[in-house]
Design a protein around this ligand. Sequence first.
Ligand code: G4P
Length: 204
Amino acid sequence: MQLLKEKVLEEGIVLSNQVLKVDAFLNHQVDPALMSSIGKEFLSHFSGEKITKVLTIEASGIAPALMTAAHLEVPLIYARKQKSLTLKDDIYVKKVYSFTKQVSSDLTVAKKFISPDDRILIVDDFLAHGEAALGLADIILQAGAEVAGIGIVIEKAFQNGGERLKDAGYRVESLVRIVSLENQRVEFAEDHEEKEKINHATSI
Ligand code: G4P
């Protein structure tokens, strides 16, 4: 998605080889026009999937997921994140570990919001190791519903989340894929592939 790539290049800050800060348009201040374009883009990917609900996690997943739900004309549910929880029987719970933040939390969703005939699209802002998306998928499966697909705004393709989700059999659509954050530079997958092709052609 060209618009998103430009935004990442103009306003993203590479904090380390592992972490990209995007608080100017996604994680703190939010660009509504960009979120709407993201929602439209996910609509174009998933419009044939008979989606009944969109599921994300508070907090930063909510903005892109809400605009996706608006374009798909279905409700949005966001899982709440709690430190730890005593067992309750009216909620689905899944413990997830964040490698980036090095904390565990319990994802919770009220049982009344998911039914077995739902086909649910998971949307999240970042894909790193896949823990969050796999946790949401687990909750959908606990409810006996179906995972219709996973939409990711920014995939860090140098971490293993994408592979883990595809290995688990899920359809994953990422709007931008970053292959490297080394040398304080964002390198996108397509640009990397293009560079490889040119290098290959010039070496023949
Ligand atoms: P995973 O779910 O793919 O395994 O990712 P991981 O556990 O490593 O990271 C989880 C949290 O860290 C998520 O935020 C995710 O959005 C965020 N995150 C991961 N990599 C990056 C990055 O490069 N840049 C930024 N800005 N965030 C990243 P969260 O805990 O759900 O917090 P919130 O911001 O949504 O409240």
